[in-house]
Ligand binder design. Structure first.
Ligand SMILES: [Zn+2]
Length: 353
């Protein structure tokens, strides 16, 4: 079986390294020498052909635990409380600091262009692109945006699944429509316009459906949901409706397949015994609706409970093999595994096609 190099749309490895660093671990050592914790380190990424991806600066909301489902399998986890700007900025700086330390140590390469991503992939050094998942750290006047951009930030989601000064996120709930509240605030519209100017990709994962449409009418970028699946198959609020998928197709954007079992299984449950066939079903649906040019991967490694058959980054090619068995050819797999991501990143970053 030929290995397909994967550039992946979402992981939380920085959060894991930050949490362990607070307990005294060295993030560079943990990434380079590996660990049995979590999903991504240099060795497991190489073994699974995970050549790079968008690495999130995410300020955690304490211990958000999914509500236990009721007798019908339904659940609605209450929305996490809003976060204050300054403590969020302090945490975000610490996560960015780890990303830069890994770059300086040669543990990975912090990439700012598609050329830099391809160069890192060619020498089998993990190609990291800095992403911010929820922009509490930026502040309503966007005061910290240029600084994070200068530090390498090239992608951001205005909100995580909580409310902030830029807009509103969707809760973790099943079954539920993503139309759960208002969209962007005035500061949110300003943030979108600033990202268009600076060349920072805007990510639509976690935002309300109204927020999705507000971004869609404002941005000049392709519409991208970095780690979301099809609502028609798994009706959690985090997944995308057919109307949203149609808008993504019209913009020639993309959807990155999220490996979170809650977003793959028809019953929306957190359960690691989820099958590869559930992943393939979502890819098939997305390809049917969007075309193969607009479907990619967004694993959520280190951020979610994923199918035990994948287990961690080392198991990533099992999904590729399952897609081959389902009839996808090399050219289609190259698009899904990396080329679609590199195309939309280049567009958002104002690079010539
Ligand atoms: Zn997420």
């Amino acid at each position: 079986m030929g290995m397909q190099a994967v550039f992946d749309g979402h992981n939380d490895v920085l959060l894991r390294l930050w949490q362990h660093a607070r307990g005294g671990a060295d993030p560079v050592v943990e990434f380079l020498e590996g660990t049995d914790k979590g999903h991504i380190d240099a060795g497991r990424a190489k073994a699974g052909g995970l050549s790079g991806g968008l690495c999130a600066i995410y300020v955690p909301s304490g211990d958000l635990v999914l509500k236990t489902p009721d007798e019908n399998g339904h659940y609605a986890t209450p929305m996490a409380a809003p976060l204050d700007h300054l403590p969020s900025l302090a945490t975000a700086m610490e996560l960015a600091d780890i990303a830069i330390k890994l770059d300086r140590a040669g543990a990975w390469r912090l990439c700012r262009s598609v050329g830099e991503i391809r160069a890192a992939m060619a020498v089998e050094v993990f190609a990291a692109v800095l992403h911010m998942e929820g922009c509490e750290a930026i502040g309503p006047d966007l005061a910290a945006l240029e600084t994070f951009h200068a530090a390498g930030l090239r992608s951001l989601g205005p909100v995580w699944s909580r409310h902030n000064v830029f807009g509103h996120g969707v809760p973790f709930a099943y079954p539920m429509s993503p139309d759960t509240g208002p969209g962007l605030t005035e500061a949110g519209f300003e943030l979108v316009r600033a990202c268009n100017r600076l060349g920072i990709l805007i990510d639509l994962a976690h935002i309300t459906e109204q927020g999705f449409w507000d971004v869609a009418k404002t941005t000049d970028q392709p519409l991208v949901a970095s780690h979301s699946n099809a609502h028609a198959l798994t009706p959690v609020a985090r997944n995308l409706t057919d109307r949203q998928l149609d808008a993504i197709r019209e913009s020639r954007g993309l959807v990155g397949l999220n490996y979170a079992t809650t977003m793959l299984r028809p019953d929306g449950q957190e359960n690691a015994s989820t099958l590869l066939s559930d992943m393939v079903r979502h890819v098939d649906y997305l390809v049917e609706r969007l075309g193969v040019d607009c479907v990619a991967l967004g694993s959520d490694f280190d951020g979610a409970t994923i199918p035990e058959e994948i287990a961690d980054a080392a198991g990533n090619q099992k999904l590729v093999a399952a897609l081959m068995d389902a009839g996808y050819g090399d050219a289609e797999l190259a698009k899904i595994c990396r080329e679609n991501w590199l195309r939309v990143l280049g567009q958002a970053w104002h690079e010539p096609a």
